[in-house]
Design a protein around this ligand. Structure first.
Ligand SMILES: NC(=O)c1ccc[n+]([C@@H]2O[C@H](COP(=O)([O-])OP(=O)(O)OC[C@H]3O[C@@H](n4cnc5c(N)ncnc54)[C@H](O)[C@@H]3O)[C@@H](O)[C@H]2O)c1
Length: 280
């Protein structure tokens, strides 16, 4: 249990994708919003499905935190402009933006359709571009702020998700460029790169049964710690990067992945042999 210490006391945050796909566990955006609120921020909870963000609001308010819901499709410029205005109207300014929306898609460069490619860039990259486009001027006018982009280890190593990987890679490049362009305005821009996080979204796309159980065990065992990652792990990392504790950190991508990027396929081999895949 991490102790809450008012890391973002009095700040105003926007979290996009602050709801969570229904199911057991917690999404990264929902967990980030709850941690930011526990650490003292007022949070605008943005989601395409406002009823999902409403559950996040209830959780925050039951704990004594402050939050408001804004239903929006963040792929649309007008919605992003209205989202930033809503944060200013509700809480006075914007200090923190967490660009959390994303959706993975499997496929190689050969079998990925143009539609899947375009959709991956809309969801994973355009949302962060548009939300930042309208939030950054408000942060700059207020003397500074922090943007945290939720990328993925898929952008840092191959895993057969070419459109998703390329879009998340674009998000990492955008992180560096925004850090360059807005540093002198007091705005820090960083990314987190989650690994195999067990969120309701991930569970909802796993077919039930022995194969899903095997995949879940694999997700835990793939990293150096041998334990499952949750939305909370991303939430704490994002909150650290958003807080003044990270005041001299900008332009970086922080992997949150139980050291999985340090594992060679050879190191995985004994485990893969020890656990047969019952689905094949
Ligand atoms: N779960 C993992 O293993 C994993 C790994 C690496 C990166 N990530 C990243 O973490 C982030 C969240 O993942 P999650 O598993 O918590 O997903 P999730 O689907 O549970 O949460 C994302 C939320 O975003 C909302 N959303 C989707 N499109 C939207 C839009 N156009 N406008 C507004 N809201 C929209 C959804 O309604 C949902 O509530 C994504 O960026 C994902 O790529 C997850």
């Amino acid at each position: 249990m991490v102790e809450c210490a008012g890391r973002v006391e009095g700040k105003v945050a926007i979290v996009t994708g602050a709801g969570s796909t229904p199911g057991p566990g917690i999404g990264t955006g929902k967990a980030t919003a709850v941690v930011l609120a526990r650490e003292g921020a007022s949070v605008l909870l943005v989601d395409l499905y406002p009823e999902r963000a409403e559950l996040t609001r209830q959780m925050i308010e039951e704990e004594g935190g402050k939050a408001a819901v804004f239903g929006a499709d963040v792929t649309q410029a007008a919605a992003c402009e209205a989202m930033v205005r809503a944060a200013v109207d509700a809480f006075g300014t914007v200090d923190i933006l967490v660009n959390n929306i994303g959706l993975a898609s499997l496929g190689t460069v050969v079998d990925t359709t143009e539609e899947v490619w375009d959709r991956a860039f809309d969801i994973n990259l355009r949302t962060a571009f548009l939300a930042s486009k309208y939030a950054v001027p408000v942060m700059a006018a207020g003397g500074g702020g922090a943007v945290v982009n939720v990328a993925s280890i898929s952008a840092l190593r191959g895993d057969g998700t070419v459109a998703y990987s390329a879009a998340k890679g674009g998000l990492i490049a955008m992180t560096v460029d925004m850090a360059y362009s807005h540093g002198r305005q007091g705005i820090r821009v960083n990314a987190v790169a989650p690994g195999h996080i067990t969120t309701p979204m991930v569970m909802s796309v796993s077919a039930p049964g022995a194969r899903a159980e095997f995949m879940n065990t694999m997700r835990s065992e793939a990293g150096l710690l041998g334990t499952a990652g949750t939305g909370w792990d991303v939430g704490w990392a994002a909150t650290f990067l958003a807080s003044d504790e990270a005041r001299w950190i900008t332009g970086v991508t922080l992997p949150v992945e139980s050291g999985v990027l340090s594992v060679t396929p050879l190191m995985m081999a004994p485990y893969l042999r020890a656990v047969p895949d019952p689905g094949e």
